[in-house]
Design a protein around this ligand. Structure first.
Ligand code: AOF
Ligand code: ZN
Length: 390
């Protein structure tokens, strides 16, 4: 197994791979972790694999908020075979108990089970754990390695990282535009990007805790904001309706597919026949978006997809509250009627100085993913990876 090789945290610009088998097992642990998608928030998705003499002897993942952790599940799965095994965990095991902690520390469970080596992808950004889990394991004589597939590990928990450190969700702005830069191709507001792009967009929805639209988008497009093209859990739906003018007949308020929260500056907070109403302070632009993020964070939303429209995108960018931009560009132009509507012009540009994270072709559309420079640096304080700048 070559366990003498230590995997050290990467330095700037240096990729720091683990042993090939470490990466293989960690990949499997990521797959397990993702099974918890949509069910564990505001906890992180975590997967764990126990391997002895090259054989997988147990696996587990965090299945639901408040439920047992990945390590506990894997140890239970392995039984006596956990003794002498290596544990591959996508996140540093938790080490302490505190007032609102729902499960016992995983470090103690690993020690009791007789695990010999623990390999983690990233440290737990939770200040109550951060580094403490690894230290506890080391002090009990367990060999520890960290940083295996760390970039993927950080990506997996980026919402949790942002939320546990700031109380706010990780914010993703998503838009589709025509080649000539409109957010609709025709006035019927039908989907105009490729089926592949549509699937990707629905996958994005399945990955987040909340999905936000502005009042005009809710009114004009009457969207469902649900996950339909792929298997996945519907995020909570949030609509900004500062003056409470939206009609009650919208699908968001009637289909019961997922809870809908209404953000407003009017009236009282509380439950209404149409869902929860959250009152925040007004601002010159209508509503203070920082306060909106605080309110969503308080409700356990760790990642937020802002689907538009253009005004909301512009305001988020102006307020510098964006962590990622995802822009689909279709090869077609908008109809003449759309071209006469300046309000349908796309507002989602990749600001200067941002990093291009990915660029790909999806069924004839072009997809661009970009992040501001501050985005990951702020959230990876506790992690070992450096983001590639390409
Ligand atoms: C792990 N394995 O599978 C997860 C961890 O309230 P609790 O007991 O569920 O603990 C929640 C905290 O535990 C959470 O804030 C994060 O720091 C860590 N999540 N840790 O060892 C897991 N889900
Ligand atoms: Zn734990």
């Amino acid at each position: 197994m070559g366990t003498e090789t230590t995997v050290r945290p990467g330095k700037a610009g240096v990729r720091c791979p683990g042993l090939p088998e470490d990466e293989r097992h960690m990949s499997r642990a990521f797959k397990l972790a993702r099974r918890g998608m949509g069910h564990v928030s505001p906890n992180p998705m975590v997967g764990c694999l126990l391997v002895r003499n090259g054989q997988m002897v147990g696996e587990g993942y965090h299945q639901r908020f408040g439920g047992p952790h990945a390590e506990a599940q894997a140890i239970q799965d392995a039984g006596e075979k956990a003794r002498g095994a290596t544990a591959y965990v996508t996140l540093e095991p938790c080490a302490v108990s505190y007032a609102d902690k729902k499960t016992p520390p995983c470090t103690e469970a690993l020690i009791r089970a007789g695990v010999k080596r623990v390999v983690v992808s990233v440290r737990d950004p939770n200040p109550r754990v951060n580094g403490g889990g690894l230290a506890r394991l080391k002090s009990s004589g367990i060999e520890v390695a960290e940083g295996v597939l760390a970039e993927e590990g950080a990506r997996l928990i980026r919402g949790f990282s942002r939320w546990i450190l700031t109380g706010r969700p990780f914010v993703i702005l998503k838009a589709a535009r025509t080649r000539d830069d409109f957010v609709a191709a025709s006035l019927d507001f039908n989907w105009f990007t490729s089926p592949e792009s549509k699937r990707r967009a629905h996958h994005l929805r399945a990955e987040v805790d909340g999905i936000l639209v502005g009042r005009r988008t809710a009114e004009i497009a009457d969207p469902q904001l649900t996950v339909r093209e792929v298997a996945g859990h519907n995020p909570r739906r949030i609509v900004l309706d500062t003056a409470l003018r939206l009609p009650g007949g919208l699908q968001l308020f009637n289909d019961g597919a997922a809870p809908t929260l209404v953000i407003t500056t009017e009236g009282e907070s509380g439950t209404t026949p149409w869902g929860e109403r959250i009152k925040v302070a007004p601002s010159a632009a209508g509503v203070d978006l920082g306060q909106v993020l605080d309110a969503l964070g308080e409700r356990g939303i760790t990642s937020l997809l802002v689907e538009g429209g253009p005004t909301l995108h512009r305001e988020f960018l102006r307020a510098r509250l964006v962590d990622e931009v995802i822009l689909f560009t279709a090869p077609r132009e908008a109809d003449a009627k759309v071209k006469r509507r300046p309000d349908l012009r796309n507002a989602l540009v990749v600001p200067e100085g941002w990093c291009l994270i990915a660029k790909e072709e999806l069924g004839g559309d072009q997809l661009v993913v970009a992040q501001p420079d501050h985005s990951l640096s702020g959230m990876l304080n506790h992690s070992s990876i450096e983001r590639s700048s390409t």
